[in-house]
Design a protein. Structure first.
Length: 182
């Protein structure tokens, strides 16, 4: 019969300076009366990675990328517009009763212009963001990770960018993306 292998001491008690062994623990085991180096890990491709906690709430951090379908629209008003009413530059038709999150915009104009990110819920328009571009910053892009809404169940459902020039007319360009998550 083979002799059991000797357990080597891998830790030292700070008070008594006695050597201590590590105990085997599995997920779900209570740590009381066990000397263990418990580690919670997740699989990251082919590697293991430690799970990270928010230091304030002690909640797990969650990846901001939620599964879903990205919708995208491009638009350009080549002649520009100086009317009082803003004109639509990019438009995404939304699916009724679906949840949408994290709209992203990329807008540009070589002259001073106003751009608005608008959700149209059956004729009721909600402005989610407003951007002014002009000399010094002709292009602006932003991911609005904090914006989430559920498209209405009836009528026209769309997310759009409306724009207008302030003084001189110039092309208004816009790109819009949004993620449909349910």
């Amino acid at each position: 019969m083979a002799d059991p292998r000797t357990s080597f001491m891998v830790l030292e008690d700070a008070v008594t300076q006695a050597g201590l062994m590590l105990h085997k623990v599995l997920e779900g085991d209570a740590l009381a009366a066990k000397n263990a180096l418990a580690a919670l890990v997740a699989k990251d491709g082919t590697n293991l990675a430690y799970l990270k906690l928010n230091p304030t709430s002690k909640a797990l951090y969650v990846d901001s990328e939620v599964p879903g379908t990205k919708k995208r629209a491009l638009g350009e008003l080549a002649a520009g517009s100086s009317t009082i009413v803003l004109v639509t530059g990019a438009n995404i038709v939304l699916t009724a009763s679906k949840v949408y999150t994290a709209p992203q915009i990329l807008v540009s104009c070589r002259r001073d212009a106003l751009f608005q990110l608008i959700w149209n819920d059956n004729g009721a328009e909600t402005i989610h963001a407003e951007v002014v571009v002009g000399s010094g910053q002709y292009t602006f892009s932003e991911l609005f990770s904090g914006i989430e809404f559920t498209a209405g169940a009836t009528g026209t459902q769309e997310l759009k960018i409306k724009a207008k020039n302030f003084e001189a007319l110039a092309s208004l360009r816009a790109m819009l993306t949004v993620k449909e998550i349910t």
